[in-house]
Ligand binder design. Structure first.
Ligand code: MRU
Length: 368
């Protein structure tokens, strides 16, 4: 369901799709909803070649782990259909941002499909790469629906009663997915089931994905939501106003350590102190068996400007020349994670053995 916004499933009518493939007279285009312009403007970023896709990824016009994977796959297809060097396109796309493992996964998936058909000619190989991208896009929508169902069942089990107040961080809805997202999709399912009492939305400094994007999605879906500064989360926990934390992930290591938007780890510490479940929702494409643990996850460092000037190129909020520490993500150790929900079910407790089961089908998640 690439275009929840086009379909206006919960909201107020038609919206631009988050990502679409377009065949024009001038050639193929990857057309993205430019997330840097939300919530003020709904404009499209049109990518005619791989450098444009890479620029859109780096600027966060397109972002969020599952959507980055889908974009990586379409980016390889774009190179293939244009007749560009597909091998180097895959390398450049996979390296455009380092933390979300989905990006490399998507690029490699389309590349593998291309290579498998290359003996039959470039045109057939390009079609195979595009088909792989479309299948990843479709499959992500399906995974999203399943995560929502599994996550809702878990919340109901952990928090019996008349509903719950959920805190979330960053943006994990339809803007990052072929479907309705990861953690946000669970909150949305709870809302539809009449059990979401409130969605607490962290603003998510410095780029405000919570304020700009999650609040936008929550408003469109008619959810009861309240925006807070990241710094206010502690007092909200202390006041007993948070029943669960739901976040997404950019990479989950083999031991269950979770890289997600910076500010997730402090929430996990708060949640543990206040005996609140800390639940990670991500498709299995975000689990990376080749990354042994949290220490092995490369955390993207971004420009100081994002901290010293904020979004929108506004007036500086710090003296000119101020150095800024600006990691885009942090890593939460597995012992602080109550459960990892994937399309295959909920893993709890989070252990290396349980994680391995996600891959070989013999673990606690079963065959899904
Ligand atoms: O830097 P971003 O905006 O791409 O970061 C996104 C996140 O951290 C999300 O929480 C994560 O990708 C999970 S999205 C399902």
């Amino acid at each position: 369901m690439a275009d929840q916004y086009a379909r206006g499933r919960d909201g107020d009518g038609s919206r631009l799709p988050v990502l679409r493939w377009d065949e024009t007279a001038e050639g193929p285009r990857l057309v993205l909803l430019d997330q840097t312009r939300l919530p003020g403007e709904e404009t499209e970023a049109v990518c005619a070649d791989v450098p444009a896709v890479v620029a859109a990824i780096r600027s966060l016009a397109v972002r969020g782990a599952p959507l980055l994977g889908i974009t990586g796959a379409y980016g390889v297809a774009l190179a293939a259909v244009r007749g560009d060097d597909v091998e180097s396109a895959a390398v450049v796309l996979a390296g455009a941002r380092p933390t979300a493992v989905n990006l490399g996964y998507g690029a490699r998936l389309a590349l593998a499909a291309y290579r498998a058909e290359a003996v039959h000619g470039a045109e057939r190989a390009a079609s195979a790469a595009l088909a792989a991208a479309r299948e990843l896009h479709r499959g992500d929508a399906e995974a999203s629906d399943r995560m929502a169902a599994h996550g809702l069942a878990l919340l109901d089990e952990l928090l019996p009663g008349d509903g719950y107040r959920v805190l979330t961080h960053c943006n994990t809805g339809a803007l990052v997915s072929g479907g309705e997202g990861t953690a946000f999709a669970v909150a949305l399912a709870a809302h539809r089931a009449g059990r979401l009492r409130r969605l607490w939305v962290d603003e998510t400094r410095p780029l405000l994905q919570g304020a700009r994007l999650t609040a936008w999605e929550a408003a469109r879906s008619g959810m009861p939501y309240t925006l807070l500064t990241d710094n206010a989360a502690g007092s909200l926990f202390a006041a007993g106003e948070v029943d669960a934390v739901l976040i997404g992930a950019d990479r989950i290591a083999a031991d269950g350590a979770v890289a997600n938007k910076v500010g997730s780890y402090p929430l996990a510490v708060l949640a543990r102190y206040h005996h609140v479940p800390f639940i990670v929702v991500a498709p299995t494409t975000t689990v990376d068996p080749d990354t042994p643990d949290g220490a092995a996850i490369e955390v993207e460092r971004r420009d100081a400007d994002e901290v010293t000037r904020g979004t929108g190129g506004g007036r500086p909020v710090a003296p000119e020349g101020t150095e800024a520490y600006n990691p885009a993500f942090d890593v939460t150790p597995p012992e602080l994670v109550t459960a990892i929900v994937t399309e295959r079910g909920a893993l709890s407790p989070v252990t290396g053995g349980g994680m391995a089961g996600l891959w070989d089908g013999t673990g606690p998640l079963g065959a899904g």
